[in-house]
Design a protein. Structure first.
Length: 302
């Protein structure tokens, strides 16, 4: 019997890649806001009560508008915490596993910039988004014993609103942005996250659940960059590709770029547990960027 996966947020950056990447492994039922609004707990409970059969829940859907979450904390809590609780309960009731995606924003980022955060480091979110995702983690951990929590960092991809696409748009308009240089992390292509998930899902399907290493794992690109370095790398690649000479982004401090939600200064995640447990190590962020640009342009970018 083929495995059946319920995939949330299937039109989002990660969800869309997951839909395609998981398809060879299982029958995927992808849902997004037009199928059931995750902020409506009663509607979600009704949906889950009647949703059968199902072998695994993969749950990337989230309220990801970090600044808007400061203004709409109830909505962020409903989607990121409460809906995740309901999915965890649905998984626990059926004795099936669940994959939940979380974020570097569960940490405060105050750690020295040469250090990374490990899975068991204490969380201390600075923003409503970070707090609601962190509480989502807690729900999943507490309610659904067979869980994988995958913490991601600085996700970008071919769809949706993300930093990478904003930089490409500015480049195409011939505009040189000011970009913060005092926040660091590891820009990670959504497709790499989906491919990593597929390998984990394949193990979930193929080994007894009692032997699977359930728990929390960090999944981010190798290497480290500031937002400014990431933006500059996009502009350099585009200049090489187009032959134009658009001026490179200029570095600024986050204090000079006021936004509603406070971001961690250090978003570096330690991926060693993923490597030790599953033998998985994502390529460095520069390689992922080149691949993503190739995927857009269908031309070599090196
Ligand atoms: N993006 C990042 O940099 C980043 C970093 C670390 C971790 N993460 C985590 O990784 C996961 C995937 O992120 P992503 O970048 O793929 O996010 P995304 O592109 O914003 O996708 C999230 C999906 O969830 C849907 N959604 C939002 N509110 C909903 C609701 N009330 N009911 C039903 N669906 C709803 C969205 O639909 P709409 O588009 O219609 O709202 C969208 O399709 C999330 O759990 C996020 O917290 C992301």
């Amino acid at each position: 019997m083929r495995t059946k996966i319920l995939l949330t947020g299937c039109l989002g950056q990660v969800g869309y890649e997951l839909f395609q990447t998981l398809s060879p492994l299982a029958d995927i039922c992808g849902i997004d806001v037009q199928d059931v609004d995750l902020s409506d707990g009663l509607a979600l409970e009704r949906f889950l009560r009647h949703f059968e059969p199902i072998d695994l829940i993969v749950h990337p859907a989230a309220f990801t508008a970090v600044d808007l979450a400061e203004e709409q904390p109830d909505l962020a809590r409903a989607v990121n915490t409460e809906a995740s609780r309901l999915f965890a309960e649905a998984a626990a009731q059926r004795n099936i596993p669940m994959i939940y995606y979380s974020t570097d924003y569960v940490f405060d980022g105050n750690r020295s910039l040469d250090l990374c955060y490990a899975e068991n480091d204490s969380t201390s979110p600075l923003s409503v988004y970070g707090l609601t995702k962190c509480n989502g983690e807690t729900m999943v951990r507490k309610i659904c014993q067979k869980h994988c929590i995958l913490r991601l960092c600085w996700v970008y991809g071919l769809r949706g609103n993300n930093f990478f696409r904003t930089m490409l748009r500015l480049y195409q308009q011939g505009k040189t942005p000011n970009v913060v240089s005092d926040q660091i992390g590891s820009p990670t292509w959504s497709r790499m996250i989906a491919m990593t998930t597929a390998i984990i899902v394949s193990k979930i399907i193929n080994i007894p659940h009692s032997e699977f290493p359930w728990g929390t794992y960090h999944v981010s690109a190798g290497g480290v960059a500031s937002w400014h370095e990431f933006a500059a790398a996009i502009f350099v690649a585009m200049n090489q590709h187009t032959g134009q000479e658009i001026e490179l982004p200029k570095p600024i401090l986050s204090a000079d770029y006021p936004v509603k939600a406070i971001r961690p200064k250090n978003s570096r995640l330690d991926n060693n547990l993923l490597a030790a447990t599953f033998g998985l190590k994502l390529p460095d962020w520069q390689t992922q960027l080149a691949w993503c640009l190739e995927a857009i342009q269908n031309k070599p970018f090196r």
